[in-house]
Design a protein around this ligand. Structure first.
Ligand code: ZN
Length: 411
């Protein structure tokens, strides 16, 4: 557990590694983060309200606020004229003109980049459709880096500057979050992905698994009030899942937590690519669902066709999605019984298919979850859908800025 939390706390630049939690610099860093997060959570706040919220004296908060104003993280709203800065009633807000977080995404069939400001608003985005499976990794990453440069240039025209970059990939990522260990749907093995982006932003680029970033997007931007313990399930070719426990991503001992796609549903079922039998992916993976719905796998609009068929009450599509929902329910009942989460969130491409998946899924959970109080309405549908991954990547940079505002100033 300790290793997991260390990862989550690590700052991008590692400049403050020497600042232990008890040192003066460590206390200052923590207090700056407290103030920044308080304003982020409430949107607008007076100094007095911040002091009450974080439990520090007005004088201490004023010093911290001044530092955040100088760093360009905070702005004062409603100041009438120069020289009145610091009046007690002046509302503070996060700046919408300074730093932005950049997120980039390597999909199997697209590349995308976006910039999100400190308030969580998307300011610039770019996307290109491109078949990435089997392309040499350096070629894909250089194309994505060019898209990052394009978004950066547009952001700068609006007076924004990138504070950092997180790249989402459909694969397993090493503990250092710089290396893609394995991405089967791209045919990538041991790709040092982060280094293709170094120098584009003031802090080191991080790489993360798309399912993890999708889950974090639900936590930060999903609009699920008070939901801090959940299993997030998504699908894009493969099935991805991620666990958020007590408001933090649970990565597991080696960072591979969340491989729901290879949880056995029927132990003697068909052989899976992982070498086992009857894995969830064999019943609810994109390929399995399309095949049993009678939709050709090589169609570029296969998912859209599935959606259209289901919306038109096509029997094969409905049957296929209900079977997938049932398989999800069986696999998730293990997770729910084991972890007792507040909710299961259906994200990614599953969000759009939820109308036809959710019924069978809920019935199966209802049958198998031992806690009779576990409510059917705890199966939530993401409002972010396929956008979640990219938003989570960009907003993870914003979270890092709020966690360590000084990093920005010294960079
Ligand atoms: Zn498997």
């Amino acid at each position: 557990m300790k290793q997991t939390s260390d990862i989550e706390h690590r700052t991008r630049g590692d400049r403050h590694v020497a600042d232990g939690p008890g040192s003066q610099a460590g206390v200052r860093k923590r207090n700056l983060a407290l103030v920044a997060h308080a304003v982020a959570e409430h949107g607008e706040m007076s100094r007095a309200a911040v002091a009450a919220e974080v439990g520090l004296t007005r004088a201490t908060v004023s010093t911290l606020v001044d530092e955040l104003l100088a760093a360009g993280l905070l702005v004062e709203l409603g100041t009438q004229r120069p020289g009145t800065v610091g009046r007690p009633g002046t509302a503070l807000a996060l700046s919408d003109t300074g730093p932005v977080g950049l997120g980039a995404e390597v999909g199997v069939d697209h590349l995308a980049v976006c910039a999100i400001d400190l308030r969580g608003t998307v300011r610039v985005r770019a996307r290109v459709e491109t078949a990435n499976r089997g392309r040499p990794a350096p070629e894909v990453l250089r194309e994505l880096a060019a898209l990052v440069r394009q978004v950066t240039a547009e952001a700068r025209e609006d007076g924004l500057f990138p504070a950092g970059l997180t790249v989402a990939v459909p694969g397993l990522v090493g503990r250092d979050r710089r290396q893609v260990t394995r991405a089967p749907n791209l045919d990538w093995e041991d790709v040092p992905a982060a280094e293709f982006f170094d120098g584009l932003t003031p802090t080191a680029t991080l790489v993360d698994n798309e399912a993890n970033l999708g889950a974090l997007a639900e936590l930060w931007l999903g609009g699920h009030e008070g939901v801090t313990d959940f299993v997030h399930v998504s699908a894009e070719i493969g099935i991805g899942a991620a666990l958020v426990v007590d408001g933090r991503l649970f990565r597991g001992a080696r960072g591979f937590a969340g491989e729901l796609g290879h949880v056995p549903v029927f132990p003697n079922g068909p052989r899976c690519s992982c070498g086992s039998r009857g894995c969830l992916e064999q019943y609810a993976g994109e390929e399995a669902v399309l095949r049993s719905a009678g939709i050709r796998l090589d169609r570029s609009d296969a998912l859209k066709a599935l959606h259209t068929a289901a919306a038109g009450d096509d029997p094969a599509a409905l049957k296929s999605l209900a079977a997938a929902g049932q398989a999800f329910g069986i696999a998730l009942s293990g997770a729910v019984n084991l972890l007792d989460p507040q909710a299961v969130v259906l994200g990614g491409t599953l969000a759009a298919l939820a109308p036809w998946l959710r019924g069978a899924l809920v019935r199966e959970l209802d049958r198998r979850v031992t806690d009779r109080q576990w409510p059917a309405d705890a199966v939530l549908v993401s409002r972010l859908g396929r956008e979640g991954v990219l938003l989570g990547a960009a907003y993870s940079v914003v979270r890092d800025v709020l966690d360590d505002p000084q990093q920005l100033r010294t960079s």
